[in-house]
Ligand binder design. Structure first.
Ligand SMILES: *Cc1c(COP(=O)(O)O)cnc(C)c1O
Length: 355
């Protein structure tokens, strides 16, 4: 079978999703399955639904539209604050969207009214990571602005940490979100269906907290796919960390010097390579490169070392492995590598199911 290909083990994904759903459910926290790192892949979305996850979230409408059109039976959440220019398709394809701008919610309201629909929203609150969210001091006024809008139903509040600023979701942050939820419910006489505390980075907080407070939801992607938490990237008990495998192929294999010879200038990407002299080594070239995957996010499954990469080549030190032309070489992928391999049209996706 041709390469580069990404082998997607749906059985392992189902196992991970079920295990996490049960774990978080043990303290009353529901899991939204996040599909953005797999680009809304419909086979993977079906696997999440099979695991008992009934709400799926993606950052792009194009992915949500694809899943919906493929007949995936779930509620769909748009994770990224809607683009003003896409408000109409947001109302059309997403059941719920995460929002932080009143002007956007007003536009959603307009299209919801036009389409005789109700669009649900979760207001995102900034708690220090400094990506999306209203400043907490603006929350009450924004809720006031939102509750009067026709075609819009406020179903929750949420926050997102450890994405841009690397800020940890801890007892204090989660306690604060809980108290904001309580304030809103009291002042506006409503019940918030979702108090969504974060993502795969909330694992350590969840395990250590004695009281989850009002937090009743997390939006989980990476833990399901890669089997780790995301503050320290530690593998989680009972989860598979190898649900995805990048399979590549040797196209040249020769004993060559480890040190380039001639006068050093820039490489293909404008860097001046700094190379260590290890004498003569077996250098193998793999028919895969930066057009296929974020090479810095790959870890070989066997004892070889990545020396460098360009658009279409990865060069490895084969060490003691006798790599021959045509041999397959397998890699683990981190989040960035997975995202790029799922996005690249050059990488074939192959679905397997064995555990
Ligand atoms: C990507 C994303 C998530 C999921 O993050 P993981 O680290 O993959 O669990 C959750 N919420 C929002 C808003 C996101 O953008």
């Amino acid at each position: 079978m041709t390469t580069p290909r990404l082998e997607v083990n749906l059985g392992k994904i189902v196992h991970n999703a079920k295990t996490l759903k049960e774990l978080y459910g043990s303290k009353g926290i529901g899991v939204i399955g996040v599909t953005k790192v797999v680009c809304g892949d419909t086979n993977i979305a079906e696997a999440l639904v099979e695991s008992g996850i009934s709400v799926l979230a993606d950052s792009r409408i194009a992915n949500i539209r694809r899943m919906r059109n493929a007949g995936v039976q779930a509620q769909f959440v748009l994770l990224r604050t809607p683009l003003l220019s896409q408000a109409e398709s947001v109302v059309k394809y997403a059941d719920i969207s995460l929002n932080s701008e009143l002007s956007v919610v007003k536009r959603l309201s307009k299209f919801a009214v036009n389409n005789n629909a109700t669009h649900k929203i979760i207001l995102m609150v900034e708690l220090g990571d400094l990506r999306e969210g209203l400043m907490p001091s603006d929350l009450e006024d924004t809720v006031k602005g939102v509750v009067g809008l026709e075609g819009i139903e406020l179903v929750g509040i949420g926050t997102n940490l450890a994405c841009l600023g690397g800020i940890k979701p801890d007892e204090e942050k989660m306690g604060y979100l809980s108290s904001l939820a309580g304030d809103i419910e009291e002042k506006f006489g409503m019940t918030l269906e979702f108090v969504s505390g974060g993502n795969s980075a909330n694992y350590n907080w969840f395990m250590s907290t004695k009281d989850v407070g009002r937090i009743n939801n997390l939006r989980i992607g990476e833990s399901i796919y890669l089997g780790c938490e995301t503050l320290y990237r530690k593998p989680l008990p009972q989860l598979f960390t190898d649900a995805f495998t990048l399979v590549t192929e040797v196209i040249e294999s020769k004993i060559k010097p480890s040190l380039p010879y001639g006068e050093f200038c820039q490489d293909a990407f404008g860097n001046v390579p700094g190379v260590q002299d290890r004498g003569q080594i077996r250098r193998a070239i793999l028919g895969v490169g930066l057009q296929d995957v974020l090479v810095s996010g790959l870890t070989p499954r066997s004892d070889i070392g990545i020396l460098g990469a360009s658009s279409d080549h990865i060069i490895v030190n084969a060490k003691q492995t006798d790599l021959k032309v045509g041999n397959e070489v397998k890699f683990n992928l981190n989040y960035g590598a997975l995202l790029s391999a799922m996005t690249s049209p050059y990488v074939i996706k192959k679905y397997v199911n064995d555990l």
